[in-house]
Design a protein around this ligand. Structure first.
Ligand SMILES: [Fe+2]
Length: 458
């Protein structure tokens, strides 16, 4: 059953896009065991795929991003789909608490939506949303509560931390809205201890959704979507496009950060970036360079808070000797939710995967989508089409083994079919994107379009 079954068509049409179709929330928390599998789940896929998304419990929200977090998880073991279940993250927001005390201008960091991502680090699974602390969850999707690194974390926590594959450290940041420092950089060591917190100098309350690490640098975005207190006080979407803010990208040497150094900032052409694919650095006889591949929007919310301008894959190359930055578009088809083999985070990657429009389909929030694999070495793409009425979620790469190469493994995601109003969990061969799925698991209810997820291996 959908949230819209009991409203008339005209009422549904008056709702914002994020309350209609497969953006609409599901109201039931269900579970199913020993699910039927079409094809065969690879025996080495032992773990859980957990995906987060906005699923407002108490009626329409002012923006797609403002819904209560709901996790959808599927447990795979020995070639079986042991269970599927969906659970709201039991946040304080869901219990009725307010994050902001407008009379004092202070925020309670334990109050959040937990709706954007779910990651594991140092044995903890964290549901994330960038305005608050993480909420720790159990492997079975029960909420354990806000997590503040033993009382040490005093800023919000991004929805996009990045784990260095060489050190095991989790690098992340938090951004704040009312007063400086607007951005703070944090590092947790491989054991999960918060070992570094450093204010980053930015001129205003910029909305920073993601950042990147390379082997030697932490890379910060400072871009012109900024917080507006007056809009917040009116209860409107408080972030807006402000061209006058400018756009720049900061490179902070990871070792020198530990001694308190600030980033070196590079002005770039006006744009907005939600999601980074990857970054890496090189030192050779050509000098020292940092590369950043990310989804670039020419603007964001310029036409209002529901106007998501399309996103194209771009590469920025920073020359540390000359201070010059070179900006280059890598693909002329839009994409969303770029991912890589996480073992290549901060290192050179040949491959990336993302959601892309179905060939011939218009770009738009309601258009059918498939998946695209980028070969950044050859400059070619391979696409997977799930059919004319289907839309894919973010592709999460799972290596076939610890020794497997960069694209030797699987993509896991949820795929929604508008024709049947139903969703499947799908496994693709990441190396043969155009082949039929290896496995499909029809789910007991549709999975609304959501945000990000992770494979939590056993
Ligand atoms: Fe995101």
């Amino acid at each position: 059953m959908t949230a819209l079954d009991d409203v008339s068509t005209s009422e549904a049409a008056s709702l914002p896009f994020h309350m209609r179709g497969n953006y609409a929330p599901v109201m039931a928390e269900v579970e199913a065991f020993d699910l039927a599998v079409q094809g065969a789940i690879p025996a080495e896929l032992n773990g859980r795929y957990i995906r987060n998304g906005a699923n407002p419990k108490n009626g329409p929200t002012m923006h797609w991003f403002a819904g209560d977090g709901m996790l959808h998880g599927i447990r795979l073991l020995d070639g079986k789909a042991e269970w599927y279940r969906n659970r709201w993250v039991q946040t304080k927001t869901l219990a009725g608490a307010d994050r902001m005390d407008m009379s004092t201008g202070t925020a309670d960091l334990t109050v959040g939506l937990a709706n954007t991502h779910v990651v594991r680090h140092a044995g903890r699974i964290l549901a994330l949303e960038e305005g608050s602390l993480p909420n720790e969850i159990s492997p079975d999707l029960d909420t354990m509560g806000p997590y503040d690194f033993g009382g040490k974390l005093h800023t919000p926590f991004t929805a996009h931390p990045h784990v260095c594959p060489e050190t095991g450290e989790m690098h992340f940041f938090g951004y704040e809205l009312i007063s400086a420092p607007y951005v703070t950089y944090h590092i947790a060591d491989a054991a999960g201890n918060l070992i570094h917190c450093q204010p980053i100098d930015v001129p205003g309350p910029t909305m920073v959704h993601d950042f990147a690490i390379s082997r030697n640098y932490a890379i910060f975005l400072d871009m012109p979507v900024v917080f507006d207190l007056d809009e917040a006080l009116k209860g409107s979407m408080p972030f807006m496009w402000r061209e006058s803010y400018g756009a720049r990208i900061g490179l902070l040497h990871r070792d020198r950060a530990l001694r308190g150094e600030q980033p070196r900032w590079f002005d770039v052409d006006l744009c907005y970036v939600f999601h980074i694919m990857n970054a890496w650095d090189t030192i050779d006889d050509q000098g020292e360079h940092v590369y950043l591949d990310a989804g670039r929007h020419a603007s964001m919310w310029k036409g209002g808070p529901d106007a998501f301008e399309p996103c194209y894959l771009w590469r920025w190359r920073f020359d540390l000797a000359t201070g010059q930055v070179h900006e280059e578009q890598l693909d002329d088809a839009a994409h969303a939710f770029p991912r890589i083999d996480d073992r290549r985070t901060g290192l050179t990657n040949r491959f990336g995967w993302a959601v892309g429009p179905r060939p011939g389909a218009a770009e738009g929030m309601d258009s059918p989508t498939g998946l695209v694999k980028y070969d950044l070495q050859t400059g070619t793409q391979t696409r997977h089409d799930f059919g004319p009425s289907s839309s894919s979620g973010e592709p999460v790469f799972v290596p076939a083994s610890d020794a497997a190469g960069e694209d030797e493994g699987y993509l896991v995601t949820f795929v929604y079919d508008k024709a049947t109003d139903s969703s499947d969990f799908v496994v693709l061969d990441a190396n043969h994107m155009d082949a039929a799925p290896i496995a499909r698991v029809p789910l007991p209810q549709r999975v609304p379009h959501g945000f990000h997820g992770s494979w939590i291996a056993d």
